[in-house]
Ligand binder design. Structure first.
Ligand code: IPD
Length: 276
């Protein structure tokens, strides 16, 4: 299997820039939305338009490539079994709640896996013009400049991000709140940006030291995973084991020690259903 990763990177860069204009333009006004899995899990026409544009262009260039799409999968139309085939994993608008309110932290999040290995990760916030990219073995970049994690080891000095998530499920909310309370007592600072992919990119940038979340989907963490690792960070399962992209659980950190220390503090949660 000869996958031209150079060409894949170029094609996706171009279409992500183009699709970004749809988000940037529409972010000037508040957006209509419909509820997806619940009343705080939202989808807009822009989510659908961006997803369609991305998939149409990729299909035109690479007819045999597969997709795992955030909006498609949530309507049950997507095939979420990851195979060895080149597979694009997409969240067209990560941070839809932000987008609906014109809070300027929304992004397109796209990853490419070949033989189940992530080769390309791209996260683009077109509103603030923040482009994060990575290719396996080539480092991570922010607007073309090489980036590195902070290397922070100490929990007490760490700025940590997480999310309230997109469900008001009581059992989930309880764990989320418990973890915020525990973390707030031990870390330097706690932040909620409203986009799982951008939270991870802040770790890659060295602007945050760690990010954890229960309830994310593959589209928003596969690109971030590669970007964080290429920036020298670690991505693991929040319980301390290996990261599983379909588990809807992630913990990214600027050092292995920080990752392990956070995993020991966290009350664990296993979102259902999984992504596969
Ligand atoms: C959501 C955002 C949110 C996170 C959720 C995601 P979406 O993305 O990233 O911050 O807490 O897990 O679902 O739904 O806007 O793509």
């Amino acid at each position: 299997d000869n996958v031209d990763l150079e060409k894949c990177f170029e094609v996706i860069s171009n279409v992500v820039t183009e699709a970004g204009r749809l988000i940037a333009r529409n972010n000037e006004t508040r957006q209509e939305f419909v509820c997806k899995s619940g009343d705080i899990d939202l989808v807009t026409q822009t989510d659908k338009d961006v997803e369609k544009l991305l998939m149409d262009v990729v299909r035109r260039h690479f007819p045999d490539h597969k997709f795992i799409g955030e909006e498609e999968s949530s309507t049950g139309a997507g095939v979420n079994k990851l195979t060895d085939a080149p597979t694009w994993i997409i969240d067209p608008v990560d941070g839809t709640m932000n987008f609906v309110h014109a809070f300027p932290h929304s992004c397109i999040s796209v990853g490419l896996k070949v033989n189940k290995v992530t080769e390309i990760g791209m996260v683009y916030n077109p509103i603030l013009e923040q482009l994060f990219t990575a290719r396996r073995g080539h480092g991570a970049f922010y607007n073309g400049r090489r980036i590195h994690v902070s290397g922070q080891q100490e929990l007490g000095k760490a700025l940590v991000t997480s999310e309230f998530g997109t469900t008001r499920d009581e059992a989930k909310m309880e764990v989320v709140n418990e973890n915020f309370a525990k973390m707030a007592k031990q870390v330097h600072g706690l932040r909620v940006l409203g986009s799982a992919a951008l939270n991870m990119c802040m770790v890659a940038l060295g602007a945050a030291d760690a990010n954890y979340e229960f309830g994310i989907h593959a589209g928003m963490c596969v690109p971030g995973d590669l970007i964080v690792r290429e920036a020298g960070g670690v991505v693991i399962d929040p319980a301390g084991g290996e990261f599983d992209i379909m588990s809807r659980r992630v913990l990214a950190a600027a050092s292995p020690k920080l990752a392990q220390d956070i995993s020991k503090v966290l009350t664990q949660f296993h979102p259902q259903p999984r992504d596969d």
